[in-house]
Ligand binder design. Sequence first.
Ligand code: HEC
Length: 305
Amino acid sequence: MKKIILGIILTAFFVGCYYDKSQLLTPVTPPPTASNTFTVTYAISSATITVGTTGNTGTPVIVNTAGGSVTYKLVNAPTGVTVDTSGIVSWAATVVVGTYNFSVIATNIKSLYDTSNFLLQVDAIGAAVVAPSGYSYSPASTTISNGTAGSSLAPLINTGGGTITYSLTSPPAGVTINSSTGVISWASTVAAGTYTINAKATNSAGNATTTYSLTITAGVYTVSFKNDILPVISSQCATCHQSTHPTWTQWSTIYTAATSIYGKLAPVGNMPKGSTLAAVPTSEVSSGLFRDLFYLWITQGKKNN
Ligand code: HEC
């Protein structure tokens, strides 16, 4: 009799533990942390002019999630080059013949700053066209996740006084250059990898070359409940578990039991008893383990997709 009572108490204890566990172990994905973005981008970052000519860069594109005013400061600019309160950089007729590399530092009220580099070439009147020089990009590299199209900023260049045509030497598929502005663009279809892009600027007197580095990172696979999770659980688990559990043949019951299922999946757990889980594509989870794919599904919000 004592044994029977003890048995009932122990059974109640274990049943209690099981239900508690399934309640407690729901994983929580932390919310993304908010941070301010501040970028100042100029469509024009270089110019070649004849002495005595005025000009300007136009208004920059400002992304300033913190709001408030933006201040601009010139660094290493020659006499006659100024920046106004809206960020327009201008050169007066008085700038003397020479090649000038200078920067504008823009700062917002949160003390975030962004630096833009410029190249101004002032040629003497009647100077002959010479080969281009000082061809570069600033920044000269981009890292972006796959599936995202994008482009570089306009290059810095001393045109040598001639009209420039830009081109790329054997670019990766999906990467192009604007032949008149020198802006390099990539399509959303460019495969993951790191690419060194070889660019060339040509005028009537010669050419200059430079490189741009593009890194496309592999994105995270979006787990499909219908295609990745349900077929495995319903064929390899529900068979044994249909009497002890609400059937694991639908999203709602697998959703509820997700944490205990994860805990029991091989190779850490001992399920499925009597059979093995097939490897999943390593492009989905690098380990190739169904267990890790199931965990990814949990972290992605256990979607019914
Ligand atoms: C051949 C039958 C069999 C198969 C197939 C099987 N299980 Fe089990 N499972 C059991 C038995 C028996 C137990 C209780 C004893 C134990 O834990 O080893 C159990 C226990 C469990 C438990 C813990 C207790 C409970 O009932 O919730 C979980 C979770 C579980 N299995 C998940 C799975 C998952 C997920 C699969 C598929 C990947 C699976 N099982 C496949 C027989 C099976």
